[in-house]
Design a protein around this ligand. Sequence first.
Ligand code: KG4
Ligand code: ZN
Length: 372
Amino acid sequence: MADEPLVLGIETSCDETGVGVVRGTTLLADAVASSVDEHARFGGVVPEVASRAHLEAMVPTIDRALKEAGVSAKDLDGIAVTAGPGLAGALLVGVSAAKAYAYALGKPLYGVNHLASHICVDQLEHGALPEPTMALLVSGGHSSLLLSTDITSDVRPMGATIDDAAGEAFDKVARVLNLGFPGGPVIDRYAKEGDPRAIAFPRGLTGPRDAAYDFSFSGLKTAVARWIEAKRAAGEEVPVRDVAASFQEAVVDVLTRKAVRACRDEGVDHLMIGGGVAANSRLRALAQERCEAAGIRLRVPRPKLCTDNGAMVAALGAEMVARNRAASDWDLSADSSLPVTDPHVPGNGHTHAHSHDAHDHVHEISKENLYS
Ligand code: KG4
Ligand code: ZN
C-alpha cells in the first residue's frame, strides 16, 4: 500500500554491508556487499578488515538499493540502521552513514537492534508477525531464544549460548576438517551424504538440571576435534561425511528440542528461525517435523533474508514508523553490546526538532547535488 512507510535500512554489524528498502512489510530492495572472502584466509571475521570493507561498500550499496527499489531517497519516510549488537568499528560505519543520509535528507533516524531485526524480517516473507512469536536466532555471532509480543517494544530473552554460537561451532568443526570458511554451507552439503547416527556426539546442556533454554556448543566442538585427532593419530581415514552429519545432528537436535520446549512452556504457537544457520537444511527439516508434532506453526524466511542484510533493518524501521515509535537522536551511537531487550534506541525527542533548520538547508543541497 502506498501509505505504508518507505524505509531504507543499513546493516554493518559484522562482515555484510547490507542496504534494504521496504514499504511496510513489502520488500523492494535487498543489496548486500560481503567481505567474507577477505576473511576466509583468517578462518573468521577480522573486525578491522570488515570496517574498511563497509566504508568502501557503503555508498555504492545504498545507491544500488535505491535503484533496485525504484525509489528516490527524498521519498523515504525514515532511515534505519543497526545500532548494535555487533563489532564496534563495523557498526560505527553504518551508524555514521545513516546519520549523514538522514541529516542531509531531513529524515528521521532509527537506530535499531540487530537481533530484533533478524526476527522482524520474517514480515517480508510471511506477513505480520504473530504476537507472541518465539524466535530461535542462530548465526555465527548469536544463538538465542527470544520471545516477542511486539517486535518494536517487547523482546524477552529466554535463553542463549553460554559459549560458542551455533554457526561458530559449524565454522570451527569445518576448520578441523579442512573444509574452509564459512563452515555451515559445506558441512550441510557433506552431511547430506553422511550418517547422522554414525558417531554419538554430546548434546550440551540437555541434562535434567541444566538451564532449559540455554545452549552450549563448545563441548561438542571439542568432542568432534578429539574424535578426529584420535582417528588421525591411529592413521585411519576420517569419515568426513559421517562426522559432518553426526555433528550437525547434535547441533540441530538441541536447537529444535529447546525451541519447541520453550514454545510449549510459554503457550506460544508460532516459532520463527532466523540467522545464517537457519539456512541449514537439516535444521529446517527437523524443526518442521517437531513443530508439526507439537502443533506449532514454523516460520523460516528464505536463506537470503536469514543471513545479515539491510532489508531486515528496514523492516524493523518501517514497523517503528508504523507504530509511531520515537526516532533516535543525532547523537545516536553504535553500541556493540546493545541489550536484546532494546528493540531500538529512542531519542529524547529534542535533537530532531532543534536541528530542523539545518536539515532543510542540507536537504536543498543534497537534492541538487546528490539525488537529482
Ligand atoms: O547471520 P550470518 O550471515 O552472520 C552472522 O554470523 O551474524 O551467519 C553466518 C553463520 C556462519 O557461521 C555460517 O557457517 C552459518 O551461518 N551458516 C550455516 C549455513 N549457512 C550459513 N550453518 C549451517 N548450515 C548452513 N547451511
Ligand atoms: Zn546476524
